[in-house]
Design a protein around this ligand. Structure first.
Ligand code: G3I
Length: 301
């Protein structure tokens, strides 16, 4: 196959990208995005600050721009994200306790109702674990009680039973890290107690501080063995080493329940860390060596 999406589909997987509504008028951008990818994540437009700028007043204008572009072009959509300590609107940042807990529940219900039956997988909870120590990150949500994550997942399951429900985080790629083990233990606990969780999103933002490690495959297979799908949700690699990109793809292909890969943007110039030139297309839209490496890996060799 000659595109990333078609090559991934040979094994029943998808290959996606993050999309920004603000770039959908740029044909150099949409041409590549439409040709190569068959899964879309809104880079910012489905986040809490975007979708509920005032409490109880939902705004899906930009989220729907991304959603409609994706569906009109035959792509599936990952929802990102419903409960997160970051990118909260000001009104939510100032809440605490049971009021915040209820606001979180109302937010999940409001957004999931709008997209009911239309989303492949939701990142229900994003980045809830601390960078070191293996425990929870302190946040206003965490201070509402340790059960906030499972409440979010139970709420989400009821709101849209058709969507896969994911926990998504960064720096949980390396199997030896405490953060990885912390999230692993949470998922194991959720599965043992029947808390509804279907997938784990490994963001996979690799750089010199948190580089790709060959134990990534162990991380993927270990999560999968708990009975959840694994998705690589925000892949980018500082410097875009073709070898590292191929390793990531081959690690996913090696695990049946690794269902797809999303890169966090189309061209280097679209990246949240464009100085790292971490993506598969350069700023002019040319395919980089990493692109060819990924395509070859998806094609089986
Ligand atoms: O849209 C406004 C614009 O109107 C304003 O003029 C400008 C001035 O700062 O800001 C623009 O918003 C920015 C937005 O990106 C769109 O470009 C925000 O300031 C900026 O904070 C925001 O950054 C996003 C970041 O999440 C916020 O946390 C990045 O684009 C986005 O790539 C990044 O994505 C996250 C994932 O959601 C979760 N995992 C990590 C990943 C990378 O940080």
């Amino acid at each position: 196959e000659t595109t990333l999406g078609a090559a991934a589909a040979q094994s029943g997987r998808y290959f996606g990208t993050a999309i920004s509504a603000s770039k959908l008028g740029e044909s150099a951008y949409t041409t590549i995005a439409n040709r190569e990818f068959n899964m879309v994540t809104a880079e910012n437009e489905m986040k809490i600050d975007a979708t509920e700028p005032n409490r109880g007043q939902f705004n899906f204008t930009n989220a729907d721009r991304v959603y409609n572009w994706a569906v009109q072009n035959g792509k599936q959509v990952r929802g990102h994200t419903l409960a997160w300590h970051s990118q909260q609107p000001g009104w939510m940042q100032s809440l605490s306790g049971s009021t915040l807990r209820q606001a979180m529940i109302d937010h999940i219900n409001g957004v999931m109702a709008h997209y009911k039956g239309k989303i492949y997988a939701w990142d229900v909870v994003n980045e809830a674990y601390a960078d070191s120590g293996g425990g929870r990150r302190d946040s206003n949500l965490q201070r509402t009680g340790n059960d906030w994550i499972e409440v979010a997942f139970r709420t989400a399951r009821t709101a849209d039973p058709a969507a896969k429900l994911c926990y998504n985080d960064y720096n949980i790629d390396n199997w030896t890290w405490e953060k990885t083990q912390g999230v692993y233990n949470m998922v194991r606990d959720f599965k043992s107690r029947g808390v509804p969780i279907d997938c784990v999103g490994l963001q996979a933002h690799f750089n010199s501080g948190s580089p790709y490690n060959s134990n990534f495959r162990t991380t993927i297979s270990s999560f999968a063995a708990l009975g959840v799908d694994v998705q690589i949700t925000e892949l980018d690699i500082q410097g875009a080493s073709p070898t590292t990109y191929a390793n990531v793809v081959n690690d996913c292909l090696a695990v049946a329940r690794c269902t797809g890969i999303t890169t966090w943007g189309v061209r280097d110039s679209d990246s949240w860390r464009s100085g790292d030139t971490p993506l598969l297309f350069d700023g002019s839209g040319n395919k980089k060596p990493a692109y060819t490496s990924v395509l070859n890996a998806l094609n089986g060799g």
